[in-house]
Design a protein around this ligand. Structure first.
Ligand code: 4AD
Ligand code: MG
Length: 464
């Protein structure tokens, strides 16, 4: 009988459906050896076939035709196996495969950088093209893929329209001067930053301005794609290229915005727990003990709201009572450092929080000015362990106020279309941006953005 090609994922799903896998007969699996130990008469291979987090145990014995070759196969080698499933309810794994033949599809030499022992995150970052084959990164990148779908399911389930905002743009959406400029050769072969488009172009720092235009047609929209920042911050949370989820909602103010932020984060946490239970259990066990408890607590607790002005007072009081910050000069009007954000969310609130109504001078030009004339209707979502993972705001919908601001910072030219949105059928609207890579850090407990991104780009780092 021809063997049936199957996958470990399928075996586990049939097992969950209470099927007796020993009745499957002769089947065929292919995958990569995680470990191989042989005692002469019997040998065991932990095989991972890429289709699920779990390995399958292969049992082979001494009479295998190519036993000598198989018993010497090293971690990392690729094999195809024929055999039958045997149920092992008394063992750690519920079933194993007793193999009848093993075919070597790709050998792995002994200089393979991933050996059986545990490697440090730093070491694995240096071998980024191989690390998806380790437990941690298998778990992480499958979760990343699953959560990307979760983002679409969440927003499309609520009727949001997905907009593919451009990656090449002529505007610096945040006005923070952190753009990567696009340079191409002109007719003489000289590098030019204006020749190609006739004006300066850059990689986008945010899809927000373009997605706002769509919100004025579809009401509720989102964009989700790569964004780029030429920011030389060498931290565990900053990357030069990262993915951002940016919803924009019409007829909505800052409170509606925060309600949507909270709903989004909670949906995605629940989605991770539901769709990747093995991976999440692994993170809880190996990466961040207590992670699952933390996430369940987040699910059942409303996010705290705090005024920026109150946050400043709390920080000043903390300094007075002996709290040591690297930057202890806390005053109203300052941009908070990560250490300050973390103090508020970790030690004061002890959970996710919204810090709202920031001084207008430190926030972007498009944020709606509050009646006090000093602050804007902005909101950052801060979480323990990281600080800011979301930045959002109600947008300035009043033409004259926005125009004055844009004239003041000098970005009106070229962005007249953005201003026109306020003239031709504008309305109050709000939106936010979640750093997807930072969200993944929060949900997995992984401490560095260089690990939640498959091939991270940071200043001075572009190995792969
Ligand atoms: O706060 P930011 O700069 O806000 C915006 O870009 C708005 N246009 C979003 C919007 O309202 N549509 O960035 C939003 C989030 C941050 O909270 C952070 O999670 C992430 O994007 N982020 C970064 N992630 C990784 N590396 C960087 N260099 C990041 N800069 C921002
Ligand atoms: Mg921000």
């Amino acid at each position: 009988m021809q063997p049936k090609f199957t996958t470990v994922r399928e075996l586990y799903s049939r097992f969950s459906a209470k099927e007796d896998l020993s009745k499957l007969g002769n089947i065929y699996l292919s995958g990569w050896i995680r470990t191989n130990r042989d005692s002469g008469s019997i040998g065991f291979i932990a095989l991972n076939d890429g289709t699920c987090f779990k390995n399958i145990q292969l049992v082979y014995n001494g009479d295998l035709e190519n036993h000598d070759v198989v018993s010497h196969l090293l971690t990392g080698a690729t094999i195809g196996v024929h055999g039958e499933i045997v149920m092992t309810p008394e063992m750690k794994q519920p079933f194993e495969m007793h193999v009848t033949s093993i075919e070597v599809l790709g050998e792995c030499s002994s200089d393979y950088p991933l050996q059986k022992k545990r490697h440090s995150f730093e070491y694995l970052r240096d071998e980024a093209y191989l690390r998806p084959r380790t437990n941690t990164f298998t778990a992480l990148y499958r979760l990343r893929s699953v959560l990307a779908l979760g983002v679409h399911e969440f927003f499309q389930g609520k009727g949001f329209v997905y907009v593919h905002t451009p990656e090449i743009t002529a505007n610096d959406a945040e006005g923070a001067g952190q753009v990567f400029t696009i340079v191409t050769p002109d007719d003489q072969g000289k590098m030019s930053d204006t020749d190609f488009f006739g004006r300066r172009a850059s990689l986008t720092v945010s899809g927000q301005l373009h997605v706002e235009a769509f919100a004025m047609a579809f009401r509720d929209v989102y964009t989700f794609g790569p964004t780029f920042r030429a920011e030389k911050s060498n931290t565990t949370r900053h990357a030069s290229e990262f993915w951002m989820i940016e919803p924009e909602i019409a007829f909505a103010d800052l409170d509606d915005d925060m309600a949507l932020m909270e709903e989004t984060i909670k949906f995605l946490i629940q989605y991770a727990l539901d769709k990747c239970p093995d991976e999440m259990a692994f993170f809880d066990r190996m990466i961040s003990p207590g992670l699952l408890d933390k996430l369940h607590r987040v699910l059942s607790t409303p996010f705290t709201k705090m005024e920026y002005t109150d946050g400043i007072k709390i920080l000043q009081d903390a300094v007075k009572s002996g709290k040591k910050f690297e930057n202890p000069n806390i005053e109203w009007g300052m941009d908070l450092q990560s250490e300050h954000e973390r103090y508020l969310t970790e030690e004061v609130v002890k959970g996710p929080m919204f810090l709202i109504n920031y001084p207008k001078e430190i926030k972007s030009f498009y944020m709606r000015e509050n009646d006090d004339g000093k602050t804007v209707a902005a909101c950052d979502c801060l979480v323990p362990g990281e600080g800011e993972i979301i930045g959002g705001s109600q947008r300035e919908e009043r033409y004259e106020i926005l125009e004055k601001k844009m004239e003041k910072i000098g970005n009106k030219e070229g962005l007249e279309w953005y201003l026109n949105l306020r003239k031709w059928g504008g309305c109050i609207h709000s939106g936010f941006g979640i750093g997807f890579d930072r969200l993944l850090m929060y949900i997995t407990g992984i401490a560095n953005i260089r690990d939640t991104e498959p091939f991270p780009r940071t200043s001075s780092q572009l190995k792969y």
